[in-house]
Design a protein around this ligand. Structure first.
Ligand SMILES: Nc1ncnc2c1ncn2[C@@H]1O[C@H](COP(=O)(O)OP(=O)(O)O)[C@@H](O)[C@H]1O
Ligand SMILES: [Mg+2]
Length: 240
């Protein structure tokens, strides 16, 4: 038997985490990097760690390299050797196959939805699993758990093009969660939204972390940082 801990005291039993799973997911060690055609050194011996189960915020001003960091994590830009580790493996040494596999473990919450407008809500949420040929029974089971939790069962047959802004955001969250990602990256998830909606998204990110998943929030928004800090336990990397 593994030794179990309850990460947060009010969780139902199915969310009890295995202690071994509260592990180092991403470790950035002395990362030094810049765009080749740019005069700015974006990272100068930058260090950062992301642990499973945590809510971690990277808070930098615009132009400081937040999206560049996401690109390095996703291997859209090749990370330098011995500077970014995934579960203690050097990311720069991953083969093409390993990178594909690793990318599947991360889910990005896009600000601009990236939903497939010709499909209904259910198909939008389940298509990542269908791509990987999961059994229908497994897909249905995951789907039901997630729509119950996000309270969007009334929407499942609606074409996404008819949904309100807020409903679309919830569908995006469901699509991220059904993918069972190792962690979720939200890169400026609310940068151009009304206050009212913004706060709802912030609350939803907290809920995602509380109930499901590791969250890495990347933002320049000091209001967002202060709001989440006041309500929830987070790790903050602030610089630049
Ligand atoms: N493809 C690129 N080539 C060169 N410079 C870039 C490129 N993309 C972004 N930059 C520059 O790198 C810096 C960091 O950009 P970015 O990571 O997008 O910042 P942030 O997400 O923190 O606002 C900015 O000065 C930006 O102009
Ligand atoms: Mg950015």
């Amino acid at each position: 038997m593994f030794e179990l801990i309850i990460k947060r005291s009010n969780l139902p039993s199915y969310l009890i985490m295995d202690k071994r799973e509260h592990q180092l997911l991403i470790d950035v060690k002395d990362l030094t990097w810049w765009y080749e055609d740019s005069p700015y050194l974006l990272f100068d011996k930058f260090n950062f760690a992301l642990y499973s189960g945590d809510f971690t915020i990277i808070m930098w001003k615009s132009g400081c390299g937040k999206s560049a960091l996401v690109k390095l994590l996703l291997w859209e830009k090749r990370p330098p050797a011995r500077s970014i580790y995934h579960k203690r493996e050097d990311l720069s040494r991953y083969s093409d196959e390993e990178i594909q596999y690793f990318r599947r473990k991360i889910w990005i919450i896009f600000q601009d939805y990236k939903l497939i407008t010709s499909l209904n809500v259910k198909d939008n949420i389940t298509y990542p699993l269908r791509i990987y040929n999961l059994w229908d029974m497994v897909i249905e089971d995951k789907f039901k758990t997630i729509i119950d939790e996000l309270k969007i069962d009334y929407l499942i047959n609606h074409p996404v093009k008819y949904l309100s802004w807020w409903e679309k955001q919830k569908v995006c969250m469901a699509r991220a969660l059904i993918h069972d990602p190792e962690f979720i990256i939200a890169d400026e998830p609310t940068w151009n939204l009304d206050r009212e909606y913004t706060q709802q998204i912030w609350d939803m990110l907290i809920n995602i972390n509380r109930v499901w998943n590791t969250v890495l929030l990347i933002t320049h928004d000091v209001h967002l940082l202060n709001y989440i800090k006041s309500k929830y336990q987070v790790n903050i990397f602030q610089m630049c």
